[in-house]
Design a protein around this ligand. Structure first.
Ligand SMILES: [Zn+2]
Length: 196
Protein backbone atom coordinates (compact mmCIF):
# COMPACT_ATOMS: atom_id res chain seq x y z
CA UNK A 1 0.00 0.00 0.00
CA UNK A 2 0.95 3.61 -0.46
CA UNK A 3 1.11 5.27 2.98
CA UNK A 4 1.29 8.70 1.36
CA UNK A 5 -1.68 8.30 -0.98
CA UNK A 6 -3.11 11.80 -1.27
CA UNK A 7 -6.77 10.93 -1.65
CA UNK A 8 -9.59 12.66 0.23
CA UNK A 9 -11.04 10.84 3.25
CA UNK A 10 -14.47 10.71 1.56
CA UNK A 11 -12.99 8.94 -1.48
CA UNK A 12 -11.08 6.50 0.71
CA UNK A 13 -14.24 5.73 2.65
CA UNK A 14 -16.26 5.18 -0.54
CA UNK A 15 -13.60 2.88 -1.99
CA UNK A 16 -13.41 0.83 1.22
CA UNK A 17 -17.20 0.40 1.18
CA UNK A 18 -17.08 -0.71 -2.46
CA UNK A 19 -14.27 -3.14 -1.65
CA UNK A 20 -16.34 -4.73 1.12
CA UNK A 21 -19.32 -5.04 -1.18
CA UNK A 22 -17.46 -6.49 -4.17
CA UNK A 23 -15.89 -9.14 -1.97
CA UNK A 24 -19.29 -10.18 -0.62
CA UNK A 25 -21.17 -10.46 -3.92
CA UNK A 26 -22.10 -13.98 -5.00
CA UNK A 27 -20.97 -15.28 -8.40
CA UNK A 28 -24.03 -15.24 -10.64
CA UNK A 29 -22.85 -14.68 -14.21
CA UNK A 30 -20.20 -16.56 -16.22
CA UNK A 31 -17.65 -13.72 -16.03
CA UNK A 32 -18.28 -12.69 -12.42
CA UNK A 33 -15.21 -14.42 -10.96
CA UNK A 34 -12.78 -12.80 -13.42
CA UNK A 35 -14.60 -9.48 -13.24
CA UNK A 36 -14.41 -9.43 -9.46
CA UNK A 37 -10.61 -9.88 -9.52
CA UNK A 38 -10.20 -6.89 -11.82
CA UNK A 39 -12.53 -4.73 -9.72
CA UNK A 40 -10.66 -5.60 -6.51
CA UNK A 41 -7.38 -4.66 -8.26
CA UNK A 42 -9.08 -1.43 -9.37
CA UNK A 43 -10.27 -0.42 -5.92
CA UNK A 44 -6.95 -1.31 -4.26
CA UNK A 45 -4.99 0.83 -6.71
CA UNK A 46 -7.46 3.65 -6.19
CA UNK A 47 -6.57 3.52 -2.50
CA UNK A 48 -2.92 3.90 -3.54
CA UNK A 49 -3.61 7.16 -5.40
CA UNK A 50 -4.03 5.78 -8.92
CA UNK A 51 -7.11 5.71 -11.15
CA UNK A 52 -9.25 2.70 -10.21
CA UNK A 53 -8.73 0.24 -13.05
CA UNK A 54 -7.59 -3.39 -12.86
CA UNK A 55 -7.07 -6.10 -15.46
CA UNK A 56 -6.16 -9.76 -15.84
CA UNK A 57 -5.18 -12.37 -18.41
CA UNK A 58 -6.91 -15.77 -18.39
CA UNK A 59 -5.57 -18.75 -20.35
CA UNK A 60 -7.72 -20.81 -22.77
CA UNK A 61 -8.95 -22.91 -19.83
CA UNK A 62 -10.07 -19.82 -17.93
CA UNK A 63 -7.24 -19.94 -15.40
CA UNK A 64 -5.97 -16.53 -14.32
CA UNK A 65 -2.31 -16.29 -15.25
CA UNK A 66 -1.71 -12.66 -14.23
CA UNK A 67 -3.61 -9.74 -12.77
CA UNK A 68 -2.43 -6.15 -12.60
CA UNK A 69 -3.57 -2.61 -11.97
CA UNK A 70 -3.12 0.99 -13.00
CA UNK A 71 0.26 2.24 -11.72
CA UNK A 72 0.48 5.75 -13.16
CA UNK A 73 1.16 7.60 -9.90
CA UNK A 74 2.23 4.93 -7.44
CA UNK A 75 4.89 3.66 -6.87
CA UNK A 76 6.24 6.40 -9.18
CA UNK A 77 4.94 8.52 -12.03
CA UNK A 78 4.79 6.62 -15.33
CA UNK A 79 2.43 8.08 -17.88
CA UNK A 80 2.07 4.79 -19.79
CA UNK A 81 1.12 2.52 -16.92
CA UNK A 82 -2.61 2.11 -17.38
CA UNK A 83 -3.80 -1.25 -16.03
CA UNK A 84 -3.83 -2.99 -19.40
CA UNK A 85 -0.38 -1.62 -20.27
CA UNK A 86 1.09 -2.74 -16.93
CA UNK A 87 -0.49 -6.15 -17.43
CA UNK A 88 0.71 -6.69 -21.00
CA UNK A 89 4.22 -5.35 -20.36
CA UNK A 90 4.64 -7.70 -17.44
CA UNK A 91 3.19 -10.67 -19.32
CA UNK A 92 5.37 -10.06 -22.39
CA UNK A 93 8.49 -9.68 -20.24
CA UNK A 94 7.75 -12.82 -18.25
CA UNK A 95 6.93 -14.89 -21.35
CA UNK A 96 9.60 -13.53 -23.71
CA UNK A 97 10.38 -14.10 -26.48
CA UNK A 98 7.05 -15.60 -27.60
CA UNK A 99 4.39 -14.19 -25.25
CA UNK A 100 1.74 -16.00 -27.27
CA UNK A 101 -1.73 -14.82 -26.22
CA UNK A 102 -3.74 -16.77 -28.80
CA UNK A 103 -6.78 -18.29 -27.10
CA UNK A 104 -6.31 -16.05 -24.05
CA UNK A 105 -8.74 -13.47 -22.67
CA UNK A 106 -7.84 -10.08 -21.26
CA UNK A 107 -10.45 -8.80 -18.79
CA UNK A 108 -10.36 -5.16 -17.74
CA UNK A 109 -12.53 -3.43 -15.14
CA UNK A 110 -13.27 -0.53 -17.52
CA UNK A 111 -13.53 -0.36 -21.28
CA UNK A 112 -9.99 0.35 -22.51
CA UNK A 113 -8.96 3.81 -23.67
CA UNK A 114 -7.60 4.39 -27.18
CA UNK A 115 -3.95 3.84 -26.11
CA UNK A 116 -4.77 0.54 -24.45
CA UNK A 117 -7.09 -0.57 -27.27
CA UNK A 118 -4.21 -0.35 -29.74
CA UNK A 119 -1.84 -2.06 -27.28
CA UNK A 120 -4.38 -4.89 -26.87
CA UNK A 121 -4.69 -5.19 -30.66
CA UNK A 122 -0.89 -5.40 -30.98
CA UNK A 123 -0.64 -8.01 -28.21
CA UNK A 124 -2.64 -10.48 -30.33
CA UNK A 125 -4.81 -11.57 -27.37
CA UNK A 126 -7.86 -13.34 -28.73
CA UNK A 127 -10.54 -11.75 -26.57
CA UNK A 128 -10.90 -8.53 -24.56
CA UNK A 129 -13.80 -8.21 -22.12
CA UNK A 130 -14.59 -5.09 -20.10
CA UNK A 131 -16.61 -5.08 -16.87
CA UNK A 132 -17.96 -1.52 -17.23
CA UNK A 133 -18.42 0.42 -20.45
CA UNK A 134 -16.93 3.88 -20.70
CA UNK A 135 -19.83 4.88 -22.91
CA UNK A 136 -18.99 7.51 -25.47
CA UNK A 137 -15.39 7.86 -24.21
CA UNK A 138 -13.60 4.51 -24.41
CA UNK A 139 -11.64 3.00 -27.26
CA UNK A 140 -14.49 0.66 -28.28
CA UNK A 141 -17.71 2.64 -27.79
CA UNK A 142 -16.12 6.10 -28.07
CA UNK A 143 -16.20 8.41 -31.11
CA UNK A 144 -12.75 7.73 -32.55
CA UNK A 145 -12.40 5.22 -35.36
CA UNK A 146 -9.42 2.92 -35.64
CA UNK A 147 -7.02 3.51 -38.52
CA UNK A 148 -7.48 0.84 -41.23
CA UNK A 149 -4.40 -1.18 -40.26
CA UNK A 150 -5.48 -1.39 -36.60
CA UNK A 151 -9.05 -2.22 -37.64
CA UNK A 152 -7.80 -5.02 -39.88
CA UNK A 153 -5.80 -6.57 -37.06
CA UNK A 154 -8.74 -6.19 -34.65
CA UNK A 155 -11.02 -8.21 -36.95
CA UNK A 156 -9.32 -11.30 -35.54
CA UNK A 157 -10.12 -10.35 -31.95
CA UNK A 158 -13.26 -10.13 -29.85
CA UNK A 159 -13.94 -6.90 -27.92
CA UNK A 160 -17.11 -7.07 -25.80
CA UNK A 161 -18.71 -6.32 -22.46
CA UNK A 162 -18.07 -9.03 -19.86
CA UNK A 163 -21.06 -11.23 -19.01
CA UNK A 164 -21.04 -10.14 -15.38
CA UNK A 165 -23.62 -8.99 -12.85
CA UNK A 166 -24.93 -5.44 -13.20
CA UNK A 167 -23.78 -4.58 -9.67
CA UNK A 168 -20.17 -5.53 -10.43
CA UNK A 169 -20.20 -3.21 -13.44
CA UNK A 170 -21.75 -0.44 -11.32
CA UNK A 171 -19.10 -0.85 -8.62
CA UNK A 172 -16.33 -0.78 -11.22
CA UNK A 173 -17.63 2.46 -12.71
CA UNK A 174 -18.23 3.99 -9.26
CA UNK A 175 -14.64 3.25 -8.21
CA UNK A 176 -13.28 4.77 -11.43
CA UNK A 177 -15.46 7.86 -11.11
CA UNK A 178 -14.42 8.31 -7.46
CA UNK A 179 -10.74 8.47 -8.43
CA UNK A 180 -10.46 9.95 -11.93
CA UNK A 181 -11.05 13.55 -10.79
CA UNK A 182 -8.10 13.41 -8.39
CA UNK A 183 -5.87 11.91 -11.08
CA UNK A 184 -6.76 14.66 -13.56
CA UNK A 185 -6.01 17.27 -10.87
CA UNK A 186 -2.58 15.70 -10.28
CA UNK A 187 -1.83 15.67 -14.02
CA UNK A 188 -2.88 19.31 -14.26
CA UNK A 189 -0.74 20.27 -11.26
CA UNK A 190 2.32 18.68 -12.92
CA UNK A 191 1.76 20.89 -15.97
CA UNK A 192 1.38 24.05 -13.97
CA UNK A 193 4.54 23.27 -11.99
CA UNK A 194 6.55 22.47 -15.10
CA UNK A 195 5.37 25.61 -16.89
CA UNK A 196 6.34 28.00 -14.10
ZN1 LIG B 1 -5.70 2.93 -21.10
Amino acid sequence: MNPAADIPASVRSELLDLLDEVRSLPDERPDDAHSRITVVEAIETGLEGNASIGALIADPDGRVVLSERNRMFFPRFRSDLHAEMTLLTRYENEHAPKADLRGHTLVTSLEPCEMCTIRIINSGVTSCLYVASDLGKGGITGPNRLAPHWARLAEHQNFAAADCSDRLAEISLAAFEATIGGVIRKLMARRLLEGS
